[in-house]
Design a protein around this ligand. Structure first.
Ligand SMILES: C[S@@+](CC[C@H](N)C(=O)[O-])C[C@H]1O[C@@H](n2cnc3c(N)ncnc32)[C@H](O)[C@@H]1O
Length: 375
């Protein structure tokens, strides 16, 4: 890795100094201590790659923090184990620098070997791509992001750090066939199904690490269109977006036209929504429920389904449901099933992908407890 020349302010913030090396060493020590980094080669790579050169600015709440103007706050944030929002669109985060411990976990789960060729989907800041370049060499790394502003910025920053992976601006769901086959595929945006291209472009025996629903799936490719593996941890990521605005599908009926179900109390408290293991089960059984809260109270919860049906649960268990679906009734049934199974943790689930089907299972692929992922 070489430092970029400090020709102007924007560039000079990215120079590696004793201070940045010191902060980086401390961050890496913490990642080793908490068990996110266990592999010596990846540890050396994290010590080498200057995260601050890839993440020169971020947003904290609505405030823009840049290295040029808030150097100390920026450096502390860049070298802490935090996800940093680096782009906002329509008031919501659209890109981020993934928290280093999660990047470390995902990279270690890839089980790379020297010379492996890797498809990295979701370039974002370019930090993950930089780590892969440092470990495997730029010629072995292909990175894709849908946003041309992000790929242009990442390309320049990577270049100035001495890395020259192939950077593609395209829909990452289609992979990049021209550089296939890959030995490994790592994805840092969230999907609800594994796109066929990632499997088709990764060789048989290769590994895919990707956030599926809200779990981190580690899959082995078992054939040209098949893969199987387990969930190894949490995978809350920015969801993938379409390269062009998606067509509006069946707009929900205006609220006044939707049926309102009789009010009742529920024994299932709204807090259940925040149980990480149950939330994972919800992520593959009740896709795309959007939460909303009243007055900032997380337990005064409304869950809204894509068709506009919604359930409102107060902290003391009063339930109102509106729309075609009785959303909380569905969740109560799912919760009862999960309890009957012994409230299994996320890591007891796995995923099998075939050409026609994608199914989550409990404990083993042969398990009678299986859930098809929605198409
Ligand atoms: C969590 S960020 C990636 C973070 C990256 N690992 C890092 O640390 O900088 C998610 C990225 O996915 C990209 N993305 C979203 N939808 C996409 C799509 N369909 N194809 C490719 N990239 C997409 C976004 O532009 C965003 O940069």
């Amino acid at each position: 890795m070489t430092n970029p020349p400090a020709t102007n302010n924007a560039r000079s913030v990215s120079v590696d100094t004793e201070q940045t090396r010191d902060l980086r060493t401390r961050m890496v020590d913490a990642l080793v201590k908490d068990g996110s980094l266990t592999d010596e080669q990846w540890t050396a790579v994290f010590l080498e790659v200057p995260r601050h050169a890839l993440v020169p600015e971020y947003y904290e709440g609505g405030t823009h923090i840049a290295g040029e103007t808030s150097r100390d706050a920026w450096l502390q944030a860049v070298y802490s184990d935090t996800t940093l929002i680096t782009q906002r669109q329509h008031g919501a985060p659209s890109s981020s620098g993934t928290m280093p411990s999660l990047v470390a976990t995902m990279l270690e789960a890839l089980n790379v070997e020297d010379g492996d060729r890797v498809l990295q989907v979701a370039t974002g800041t370019g930090y993950t791509a930089a780590l892969l370049c440092e470990r495997l060499g730029s010629a072995n790394v292909t990175s894709i992001d849908v946003d041309p502003d992000l790929t242009a910025a990442a390309w320049e920053r990577l270049y100035r750090c001495g890395y020259q992976p192939t950077i593609i601006t395209a829909d990452g769901n289609h992979g990049y066939a021209r550089n296939a086959p890959y030995d490994r595929c790592i994805v840092t945006f969230g999907v609800t199904r594994v796109p066929p291209a990632w499997i088709e472009q990764t060789r048989t025996g290769g590994t895919i690490v990707a956030p599926v629903c809200n779990g981190l799936a580690q899959l082995t490719v078992t054939g040209p269109r098949t893969a199987q593996g387990r969930f190894i941890g949490a995978g809350y990521f920015i969801r993938h977006r379409e390269p062009t605005p998606a067509p509006q599908i069946s707009p929900p009926a205006p609220l006044a036209e939707q049926p309102t179900w009789p009010e009742r109390t529920t024994d299932l408290p709204s807090s259940v929504y925040y149980d990480a293991n149950f939330r994972f089960v919800l992520s593959f059984t009740h896709l795309d429920l959007v939460p909303a809260f009243r007055d900032g109270n997380l337990y005064d919860l409304t869950l809204i389904a894509p068709d506009g049906s919604h359930a409102h649960i107060t902290p003391d268990g009063q339930l109102t449901q509106t729309g075609q679906r009785q959303v909380w009734d569905d969740i109560e049934r799912t919760h009862a099933t999960w309890q009957d199974l012994g409230a299994p943790a996320r890591e007891r689930f796995g995923l099998t992908v075939t050409a026609d089907d994608q199914q989550v299972w409990l404990d083993s692929p042969e398990s009678p407890h299986r859930w098809p992922l929605p198409a």
